[in-house]
Design a protein around this ligand. Structure first.
Ligand code: NAD
Ligand code: UDP
Length: 315
């Protein structure tokens, strides 16, 4: 039975990972400062002897004994990571150093949740891991993009300098049950708007593209990567290559919710990437991983969850 630390374990992706690890029979510690994470996400495990959570901010060091670390702690949506940009940088830099230091001390394997945002507004399409990116270092997304780029550098240098078994995943847009209603990301915005029969807010023309991966597929990829032997660090793209424009996504969500909503156009935020789709050949080759849940099925499950939470009065 492995002892596993999940930083950001009360968040959207982290809590799904915690569920899967506990189902598998592992011992899990969820570490979270509850900035965007919620106790309700981990509440079902409160009586499980294999589970504990610690309220802790990873910008401070922590001493624990674990075998594996999944490092997810960092606000993920632009609304949240821009709320306090300096804190976002601290979380990615100091927080990652603290957890890598922990991994080094206890010889734990370490998986970093990085992001497709390291590619910025990509000039290569689809994006392969060998692409170095097109990132604005002084824009509104920089605290997150550059923060994650430094986190990758740290994971790489702890491997070279201290032989820590680090693994880097570049996550592309991921969605599913438990996303916050108000996190400002496109899937949650559109579903809430559709369920309330309000206009769906298309930023700009809506011709920009994204590729959406269902959360259970991503968790499956994380587990495969953690079990891969030491030699392979990545970075590895994980995402669903099915690419959609925001107009297509809006129409699909209106269809699946049976909503009477219309579309409305509002200004495009600064530095909004125009296209994004992962090349997942490396994940297929090295990890035998690819997504299995179609966007239609994943969105249906997410809509079901949002509908239930709305009817319970969540805001
Ligand atoms: P989330 O905001 O739901 O989860 C992040 C969790 O980290 C939250 O529970 C939050 O409270 C916690 N946290 C934030 N700062 C912390 C700190 N300083 N100390 C301790 N805990 C802290 O977001 P998510 O969508 O679950 O994303 C998880 C990870 O995956 C993040 O690192 C994010 O950058 C990465 N990622 C997510 C996506 C996506 O589409 N969801 C895409 C790319 C990368
Ligand atoms: N977007 C949109 N309407 C919304 C929220 C977002 O059209 O209500 C667009 C946004 O401009 C971007 C895409 O949807 O082009 C994905 O945005 P999100 O914030 O979900 O993720 P990211 O930009 O980080 O990929």
């Amino acid at each position: 039975m492995a002892r596993i630390l999940v930083s950001g374990g009360a968040g959207f992706i982290g809590s799904h990972l915690v569920d899967t690890l506990l189902q598998r029979g592992d011992q899990v510690i969820a570490l979270d400062n509850f900035f965007t994470g919620r106790k309700v996400n981990i509440a079902p495990h409160k009586d499980n002897v294999n589970f504990e959570y610690i309220r802790h901010d990873i910008t401070e060091p922590i001493l624990l004994e674990v075998d594996e670390i999944y490092h997810l702690a960092c606000p993920a949506s632009p609304v949240h990571y821009q709320h306090n940009p300096i804190k976002t940088v601290k979380t990615n830099v100091m927080g990652t150093i603290n957890l890598l230091g922990l991994a080094k001390r206890v010889h734990a394997k370490f998986l970093l949740a990085s992001t497709s945002e390291v590619y910025g507004d990509p000039q290569e399409h689809p994006q392969k891991e060998t692409y170095w990116g097109n990132v604005n270092p002084v824009g509104p997304r920089s605290c997150y993009d550059e923060g994650k780029r430094v986190a990758e550098t740290l994971a790489c240098d702890y491997r070279i300098g201290h032989n820590v078994d680090t693994k880097i995943v570049r996550i592309f847009n991921t969605y599913g049950p438990r996303m916050l209603f108000n996190d400002g990301r496109v899937v949650s915005n559109f579903i809430i708007q559709a369920l309330k029969n309000e206009p769906l807010t298309i930023y700009g023309e809506g011709t920009q593209t994204r590729s959406f991966c269902y959360v259970s597929d991503l968790v499956d990829g994380f587990l495969k990567f953690m079990d891969r032997e030491h030699e392979f660090m990545g970075p590895v793209n994980m995402g669903n290559p099915e690419e959609l424009t925001m107009i297509d996504l809006a129409r699909l969500i209106i269809e699946l919710t049976g909503s009477s909503s219309e579309l409305t156009h509002v200004p495009l935020p600064q530095d909004d990437p125009t296209r994004r789709r992962p090349d997942i050949c490396l994940a297929k080759k090295e990890l035998d991983w690819e997504p299995t849940v179609s966007v239609r099925d994943g969105l249906s499950k997410t809509i079901e969850d949002f509908r239930a939470r709305l009817s319970q009065g969540e805001e």
